[in-house]
Design a protein around this ligand. Structure first.
Ligand SMILES: NC(=O)c1ccc[n+]([C@@H]2O[C@H](COP(=O)([O-])OP(=O)(O)OC[C@H]3O[C@@H](n4cnc5c(N)ncnc54)[C@H](O)[C@@H]3O)[C@@H](O)[C@H]2O)c1
Length: 301
């Protein structure tokens, strides 16, 4: 793929990592952020990641920081937004981006759950606007969901899929702009039942996590649920569903158990307690274990 000019808007957790991945693949990247100190530290954070991963540290030379949005997007072929998850901020930002970007640039949002249609609906040229949903950390998790709206041109999807495949990601095309796209719908269907098991005193929170990590979680990285259904047989899958599906949680809203945790200030690690209690040492240990696991998985890709 020819070298492209990439603009990344937002230099926080996701934005600096996305810039790093495009830079490592040889593209020229400009990154901007409304918060001066965050922008000023972006290259240092990228350098730290590159060193930690054993990746080419000269990558950082291809990442230019730029305080001015219009300057950052001018001349870019592909513009990806990774600012705060706030519809109003994103709508205003894309209106500003559209005024400053070249006519052929593709405009992408990294929103986690906001429909792309809502973010891009006010643009003059909606055919070039789409979603690219990366996963954290962008330099370790391969998936990028590419989401088209009813207005998105097939050519924009095609270019975006090819661009992300060429930088070593695993792009997938989400054909309808539904809340949660594909990954977060699947993930939160599982979380709903996980919470329900605890709420109904069927087991405790630690048991839920142990069951997943010590059983089907072991297989998930190499065996998706539909591959698994074919492996055991669709007839057996149907028989299981006839018994199990009527018994599992199908409520349309968040669990009252979760709402109570939040109301009582049990916000998880940041408050020391959520579904479980967390000492600072336990938090650091879990974070380190996740990172080690993701790095090992990247090494074996
Ligand atoms: N954190 C995750 O695991 C994750 C995963 C996938 C997608 N996302 C999505 O990516 C986006 C960014 O998330 P994050 O975790 O990197 O957030 P973050 O808070 O770490 O970074 C957001 C950055 O956006 C900047 N910003 C806010 N308004 C701006 C504006 N108008 N112009 C320029 N910069 C602006 C902030 O200064 C901040 O540095 C969100 O939409 C989020 O939902 C996050």
């Amino acid at each position: 793929m020819p070298k492209s000019r990439i603009a990344v808007i937002g230099a926080g957790l996701m934005g600096h990592g996305i810039a790093q991945v495009f830079g490592l693949a040889g593209h020229d990247v400009t990154i901007t952020d409304a918060h001066g100190p965050t922008l000023a530290s972006a290259r240092d954070r990228i350098l730290t990641n590159l060193r930690d991963l054993g990746d080419d540290v000269t990558t950082v030379e291809r990442v230019r920081v730029c305080a001015d949005l219009a300057e950052a997007v001018a001349g870019a072929d592909f513009i990806v937004e990774a600012v705060r998850e706030d519809l109003g901020i994103k709508q205003k930002l894309f209106a500003d981006i559209e005024r400053a970007a070249g006519p052929d640039a593709i405009l992408a949002s990294n929103t986690s759950v906001i429909p792309i249609t809502a973010i891009m609906g006010g643009l003059e040229n909606r055919a070039r606007a789409l979603g690219t949903h990366w996963w954290n950390p962008p330099y370790l998790v391969p998936l990028v969901e590419v989401i088209g709206t009813a207005w998105t041109a097939p050519a924009a999807i095609d270019v975006t899929m090819k661009l992300h495949a060429a930088i070593g990601k695993t792009p997938v095309h989400v054909k309808k702009d539904v809340p949660g796209f594909v990954g977060n719908r699947l993930q939160h269907a599982l979380w709903r039942e996980a919470i329900s098991l605890v709420e109904n005193d069927i087991c405790d929170a630690e048991t839920v996590d142990t069951v997943i990590k010590a059983a089907f979680g072991r297989r998930l990285a190499v065996l998706g649920p539909l591959e698994n259904a074919d492996l055991v047989g669709t007839d057996l899958t149907l028989a299981i569903h006839q018994t199990v599906l009527p018994a599992i949680d199908a409520r349309p809203g968040p669990s009252p158990y979760l709402e109570k945790l939040v109301a009582r200030g049990k916000l998880g690690m940041k408050s020391g307690e959520g579904f479980r209690t967390w000492t600072p040492e336990q938090q650091a240990d879990l974070r380190a274990r996740v990172l080690r696991h993701l790095k090992a998985a990247r090494g074996s890709d």
